[in-house]
Design a protein around this ligand. Structure first.
Ligand SMILES: Cc1cc2nc3c(=O)[nH]c(=O)nc-3n(C[C@H](O)[C@H](O)[C@H](O)COP(=O)(O)O)c2cc1C
Length: 217
């Protein structure tokens, strides 16, 4: 797929020189991002962050496709139930979605100073052989209490060591969800413009790092 920015630059060059330009500049790839929310709550703020990221990817950012992956139906891991390296169909479908993705966006609420059980279960599920997280770029965002859910990031980063995830370091995104002015509406949609802009910076950083890891920039 030809990247719109590339096409625009190319057209401008052609206009400037009044001739057809043949450049070696490769069009940027579109990256596929798997997005997971650690909260199963219907009006979850963290799920709201993912919906806001999807909106950005369809509007002001080019070259990113975000797929919101539901982890609520994944059964709790019990290795006794694994049959010759195969997994229940729901789990296989989930693992396949992660495998197909170029990178991962985690919206990670903080439960008791850590990541949530549903998110850890999902990570464990996809880490069973073959570990499908390996070599993927990742970013963490969160909304929560006084630290904005930030303490969950550090446990999640630790989990990413053995699973071979590569997290962007900056910018860090922790949103203090309960401090005025309201950051979310009653449906859990992000309504704070400053937070949306910061989220955009996270996505741009994830995009750059994903392409760098893949040797495409
Ligand atoms: C079991 C449990 C533990 C929690 N522990 C913390 C915590 O350690 N730090 C914090 O800031 N908020 C904590 N919270 C509050 C959540 O961060 C808050 O409910 C947040 O809105 C959850 O994200 P969500 O809106 O996406 O569901 C906890 C909530 C629950 C249910």
């Amino acid at each position: 797929m030809i990247h719109k920015t590339y096409k625009l630059q190319h057209n401008l060059l052609e206009k400037k020189h009044n001739r057809t330009i043949h450049t070696d500049m490769a069009p940027s790839a579109v990256i596929k991002v798997a997005a997971l929310s650690g909260s199963l709550r219907k009006y979850s703020y963290n799920s709201g962050l993912i919906r806001a990221a999807i909106e950005l990817s369809k509007g002001s950012i080019e070259g990113i496709e975000i797929d919101f992956i539901d982890i609520s139906t994944l059964p709790m891991l019990n290795t006794d139930l694994e049959k010759n390296g195969t997994y229940p169909p729901l789990v296989e479908a989930f693992r396949n979605k992660i495998l197909q993705a170029d990178s991962v966006l985690f919206a990670s609420p903080e439960y008791n100073y850590s990541l949530t059980a549903p998110l850890k279960n999902a990570i464990d599920r996809a880490s069973r052989p073959q570990n499908v997280w390996a070599n993927k770029a990742a970013a963490i965002v969160s909304a929560g209490g006084n630290f904005g859910g930030g303490r969950s990031h550090y446990h999640l980063r630790q989990v990413g060591v053995y699973t071979d995830l590569h997290f962007i370091n900056k910018p860090e995104f922790y949103l203090k969800a309960f401090e005025p002015p309201a950051k979310f509406n009653d449906d859990g949609d992000l309504i704070d413009e400053e937070a949306k802009n910061m989220l955009k910076q996270v996505l741009l950083s994830l995009q750059t790092f994903t392409l760098r890891l893949q040797g495409k920039n």
